[in-house]
Write a protein that binds this ligand. Structure first.
Ligand code: FAD
Length: 307
């Protein structure tokens, strides 16, 4: 019940100001956000890498309102990639980007987002890594998939995300599995209407399993983005049945969530990638993490009350 309310709040500027100013917020945010700057995140990449984990880095930010902000987003990723290159960490860390941060919702947003993301994808390729396009709300997805297809002409390793809760996703999965794409499958984190998305959690899980099977049986590289132990073990079984080797798919989880499980999967020889978000515009990302687990909200409220 609380999830949709928190997701609605994630789009409210008034709530953004309230939450950002609340005492204790910083401490809770730090559980999910690895820091504010490249300097904060680099030691974390080294530490995760030392534990045998791979990383995907997300400079937080979305729903920008000016073209200048979209250039700043591009530049933030280019700065990050430059630092990874200097430190020789390129092959351990890929990037995750939200096209809304690259200007997708502004005037001529599709072209603007493509023009901004292309140099980031090219710079990532130069250091031996790649970029995955995150999935945002359903109204943005046709543009995201078209940009993905365009980028793949020059950079076939470019990945994208599909969301199990959307009715359209099984068709998207079939297309992407047939064309050999890197695809992250997730349950979906946005507030979506019943006209486009499954609302019942067990039904979303069933769709997730069907989609994993399509991906595992296909030609591409499946990335299982979930903390759900049942889906992870079904993913392992589907990979085994599809005859995939351990380096022909991977698991992904979010920084700060189920770290023991991340270590366990890596120790078993799985490729385990930690989605590590950093930056100052953390509000939308943070609110989606609260919406996913009501206990996080309780922890947040308690930390405010005890300040
Ligand atoms: P759940 O059933 O939600 O969780 C299973 C268990 O994991 C819970 O019982 C709990 O123990 C733990 N858990 C899950 N979430 C939390 C949390 N926030 N805090 C504490 N414990 C938690 N969504 C998109 O819409 N677009 C994207 O591009 C996208 N990228 C993602 C990338 C990665 C690597 C991951 C892991 C998720 C991403 N998501 C994205 C979010 C996703 O859609 C889900 O909202 C999120 O993963 C929770 O679903 P779950 O599969 O972990 O299962």
């Amino acid at each position: 019940m609380l999830g949709p309310v928190i997701l609605a709040a994630s789009r409210s500027d008034k709530m953004r100001r309230l939450v950002s100013a609340a005492p204790g917020t910083k401490q809770v945010v730090a559980r999910f956000i690895a820091g504010e700057t490249v300097d904060d995140v680099v030691p974390i990449v080294s530490e995760l890498s030392g534990r045998g984990l791979e990383v995907t880095l997300d400079v937080v930010g979305e729903d920008i309102t000016t073209v200048e902000q979209s250039y700043a987003a591009r530049d933030a990723y280019l700065e990050l990639i430059g630092r990874l290159k200097e430190l020789g960490l390129g092959e351990r860390a890929e990037m995750s980007v939200k096209l809304s941060m690259f200007g997708q919702s502004l005037e001529n947003g599709h072209e603007l987002a493509l023009a901004n993301v292309r140099p980031v994808v090219a710079a990532a390729a130069e250091i031996g890594t790649t970029v995955t396009l995150d999935a945002e709300d359903h109204t943005t997805l046709d543009s995201m998939f078209a940009i993905h297809e365009e980028l793949r002409k020059d950079f076939p390793q470019t990945g994208c995300v599909i969301q199990a809760y959307l009715f359209r996703t099984e068709d998207d999965a079939r297309r992407l599995a047939a064309n050999g794409s890197r695809v992250r499958i997730v349950k979906g984190a946005y507030k979506e209407p019943a006209s486009v998305a499954i609302q019942d959690k067990p039904e979303i899980d069933k769709a997730y399993v069907r989609i994993m099977k399509i991906l595992m049986d296909g030609e591409g590289y499946p990335m299982i983005g979930s903390h759900d132990p049942r889906l992870i073990s079904i993913g392992q079984e589907l990979a085994r049945r599809a005859g995939r080797k351990l380096d022909e798919y991977e698991f992904q989880m979010l920084y700060g969530i189920r770290s023991e499980e991340q270590n366990r999967l890596a120790a078993e020889g799985h490729r385990m990638r930690v989605y590590t978000a950093y930056g100052t515009d953390w509000y939308g990302y943070f609110m989606r993490r609260l919406a996913e687990k009501p206990a996080n909200l309780l922890f947040f409220v308690r930390s405010i009350l005890t300040k």
